[in-house]
Design a protein around this ligand. Structure first.
Ligand code: PMP
Length: 435
């Protein structure tokens, strides 16, 4: 038995499924999850001492690569000053300023610890601001695991083909309307059916939890107009895309495409904590000021704005300069091209979809024409991905253990790292082609 097998057996005795977050369990690709003991740059090392090129990047946060020395130094320095005070600290406003400066429309922010809390708070704020109850979300979008957001959600629910979650009261689920992504008519129909009753539409700025599915040209503008006309708020979830799809998040990608969409509220996570638990909800000052203690919408957290976590986020954002995004864009382009040509050479039908520097690969003839929504994403060939995943893992490249996730590069994925991945591709593509 390998150390990974031993650790997995032991973990399963005390932790449900042996993992603290479902997709880590390799449930859809099969096999024993790798128990990681360290990570540096573009690499992770497991309990058996095997080193892998990492394309998970902690599911997004590791923008600069793992354990960037200056980020680690900032964390150690903050830890020496104290782990948690339960009082305001100077660095919280600094991090809020760094985020606000990068995203138009974000006038005020509140820091929380997880993306789940950020979206949960955004929804409560939208309901408080509008006095309405209904929420619209898109099928295949994932916004964390709060009750109202688990209907037709992406990420682990997509991976395990779950329509929703047990334990969510019907009365709560009934407040969420689920609409197909990129479908203008369905969205209009939802507003027409419930005029003046929708508090908010929440959307991933670009969907990346059912594989990467960017909004169709003009769709986000259409969505924003519809919300404004009805008096509903638009919540843009940039937990995954924020400061990763581009320096200014997916909002910047949209702006560069000529779409000036300023959401009422925006949620952030992942990169803004640089690998530590920091997330945020931000947006219009008048809406944000509805939060306690200035307003009637309650939200709180013992560890919110934790000084050690904030130090990691601040260091990460300050280090994320133009050179980092240039590197990220180059790595993303080179890798997606190499994957595409290896799959084409092996005769594997596929499509690669992009949202800024984010991309993912859908396998299968049924999706090769493009994936605009969740119903199409569900027609991908998950078995081909499984074979590809294991061939890559065997060759020392760790991909997301699910066909429904983005592939994450970091600024540490340089030419040499990319060459290592590229060398593994032809055999993995042949494995994908061979049922
Ligand atoms: N929103 C989006 C778009 C996400 O990708 C995620 C996490 N993958 C979340 C919210 C939830 O964040 P967390 O896991 O930190 O609760």
């Amino acid at each position: 038995m390998s150390a990974n097998d031993d650790l997995f057996a032991r973990a399963q005795r005390v932790i449900p499924g042996g993992v603290d977050s479902p997709v880590r369990a390799y449930g859809s690709v099969g096999g024993t999850p790798r128990f990681l003991v360290s990570a540096e740059g573009a690499y992770v090392t497991d309990a058996d001492g095997r080193r892998y090129v990492d394309l998970v990047a902690s599911w997004g946060p590791a923008l600069l690569g793992h354990a960037h020395p200056e980020v680690v130094e900032a964390v150690v320095a903050a830890a020496r000053r104290g782990l948690s005070f339960g009082a305001p600290t100077p660095a919280e406003a600094e991090l809020a300023e760094e985020i606000a400066a990068r995203v138009p429309g974000v006038e005020k922010l509140r820091l929380v610890s997880t993306g789940t809390e950020a979206t949960m708070t955004a929804i409560r704020l939208a309901r408080g601001a509008t006095g309405r109850d209904l929420l619209v979300k898109f099928a295949g979008h994932y916004h964390g695991h709060s009750d109202g957001l688990l209907a037709a959600a992406g990420s682990g629910l997509a991976t395990f083909a779950l329509p929703g979650s047990a334990g969510v009261p019907d009365a709560v689920a009934a407040q969420t309307l689920v609409v197909p992504y990129n479908d203008r008519e369905a969205l209009e129909a939802a507003f027409a059916a419930h005029p003046g009753r929708i508090a908010a539409v929440i959307t991933e700025a670009a969907a990346a939890n059912m594989g990467v599915v960017p909004p169709a040209s003009g769709f986000t503008t259409f969505l924003a107009d519809l919300c404004r006309r009805d008096g509903a708020l638009l919540i843009s979830d940039e937990v995954l895309t924020g400061f990763r799809a581009a320096a200014g998040g997916y909002a910047q990608v949209l702006r560069e495409a000529g779409e000036q969409v300023v959401p009422d509220l925006v949620t952030f996570g992942k990169v803004i904590g640089g690998g530590m638990p920091v997330a945020a909800v931000g947006g219009r000052a008048d809406v944000m000021d509805l939060l306690a203690p200035t307003g009637p919408v309650y939200q709180a957290g013992t560890l919110s704005g934790n000084p050690v976590a904030v130090a990691a986020g601040l260091a990460t954002l300050r280090l994320a300069d133009d050179a980092v995004y240039t590197r990220l864009a180059a790595a993303s382009a080179a890798l997606s091209e190499a994957v595409g040509s290896a799959l084409t050479d092996a005769g594997v039908p596929h499509v690669i979809q992009r949202a800024g520097t984010l991309f993912s690969v859908f396998f299968g003839a049924d999706v090769a024409g493009g994936v605009p929504d969740y119903a199409t994403a569900q027609r991908q060939d998950a078995a081909a991905y499984r074979r590809f995943f294991h061939a890559m893992l065997g060759a020392g490249v760790s991909l997301p253990p699910s066909a429904y996730e983005a592939w994450f590069v970091t600024a540490a994925h340089d030419e040499a790292v990319l060459a290592e991945i590229t060398a593994a591709l032809p055999a993995a593509a042949r494995a994908a082609a061979t049922p």
